[in-house]
Structures are given as structure tokens and as C-alpha cells.
Design a binder for this molecule. Structure first.
Ligand SMILES: [Zn+2]
Length: 203
């Protein structure tokens, strides 16, 4: 294995040539002392499990009711999917597409592309186009802002609570779990090791 690689500081863009790090070693930028790279050990099984769990919980998070509201004798339960459909039928086309993309489509692509790359790493053989898939994952995960969406739901809940009786549904708990699993799976993997493996397969 080639033991040297180049990495740019995310803080000041200075390029460094690094040696392959040992366990729990951290590389720091020589100019601004920002962390350049932290080696993560035994991440393959951990990331694989987290992404499998995320893809499973994705289904109830989207299908089960996020909340039920009762006002003036009417009770209505809404899941993310039915919420998107209702927004669309109500003529809020832009908002419905935005919610669909940010809360359903992008998170799904992000989780499934990471899972695909991790299966390939675990099997230690290249699945078709794994390099493109993993690059796409790296681009997309900057766009996935589940936590922002979560905050929106919580703000809406507090506001709705003053005009109607709001019961939190199973979907919301699943969504919180999905949020945590997504964050932990993104934090758990070592993209240097993954890229190194993909590069070796491409040779
Ligand atoms: Zn720096």
C-alpha cells in the first residue's frame, strides 16, 4: 500500500503530504492547527451496521404518522409522505417538492449510496461503479440537512399545540432515530481508507 497521500486543510486550504497514520493518531495543519485527518479503526462493520439500521428505519419514519391532530372533534394523522401529497394538492408545489427532496429523496440517496460503498468494502471487491457512487455520496451529504428539517417539525409542533391537541406519532420517533443513525454513520467511516481501497480496485 502506498503510505503517502495528499490532503487539503478544510480550514485554510493548505495542502499537506501525509504518512498513513497509526491507530488514533491525529494529523494537524502546520499553519492553522486544524485537525486534518483522524484515523478511525475497525469502522467497516460499524458503518455497515449503522447504514443498514438507517435504511430499515427510513421506511417507518416516512410511512408512520409524524403527528395526529385533533381540533373541533376532527382527528387527522399525517406521515411525511401524506404531508407532501397534501401540500401538493393544496397548490404548494414548490414547498411540497422541497420537502420531498430534503426529507425523503436526498436522505434516501445518501443512506443507500453509503450502504452500497460499505457492502463493497466489506466484501472486499468492487461492486459496479462503486467509485462514482461513493463520490456522489460525498457530494450529496452536504445537502442532507435532516437536523434542519427536524427543527422545523419541532417548531411546527409547538405552534400547533396552541391551536389543537397534538399527539406525537411513531413516525416522529423513527425520524429522530433516523437522524441519529445518519449522523453517526457519517461520522463513523474513514473516507481515506475507502478511497484507497477504491483506487486499488481501479488499477
Ligand atoms: Zn489549516
Amino acid at each position: 500500500m502506498d503510505l503517502k497521500f495528499h490532503i487539503a486543510c478544510q480550514n485554510c486550504d493548505l495542502i499537506h503530504e501525509l504518512q498513513y497514520l497509526k491507530k488514533k493518531e491525529v494529523a494537524k495543519c502546520s499553519r492553522c492547527k486544524n485537525d486534518l485527518y483522524l484515523k478511525k479503526d475497525n469502522f467497516i462493520d460499524r458503518t455497515l451496521c449503522l447504514s443498514i439500521a438507517a435504511i430499515i428505519i427510513f421506511i417507518p419514519a416516512n410511512l408512520f404518522p409524524i403527528l395526529s391532530m385533533s381540533a373541533i372533534g376532527n382527528t387527522q394523522a399525517n406521515s411525511l409522505i401524506t404531508g407532501v401529497i397534501e401540500l401538493f394538492h393544496g397548490g404548494n408545489y414548490f414547498v411540497s417538492i422541497l420537502v420531498l427532496m430534503t426529507s425523503i429523496v436526498l436522505p434516501f440517496i445518501s443512506i443507500s449510496t453509503l450502504l452500497y460503498a460499505m457492502i463493497s468494502i466489506k466484501l472486499d471487491r468492487p461492486l459496479p461503479h462503486v467509485g462514482y457512487v461513493f463520490r456522489f455520496n460525498e457530494h450529496i451529504h452536504n445537502l442532507v440537512m435532516l437536523e434542519v428539517y427536524m427543527l422545523g417539525i419541532l417548531v411546527a409542533l409547538t405552534k400547533l399545540n396552541s391551536i389543537a391537541e397534538v399527539i406525537i406519532g411513531l413516525g416522529l420517533y423513527c425520524y429522530i432515530l433516523l437522524l441519529l443513525l445518519t449522523i453517526f454513520s457519517t461520522l463513523s467511516y474513514d473516507n481515506f481508507v475507502i478511497w484507497k481501497r477504491i483506487e486499488q480496485w481501479a488499477r
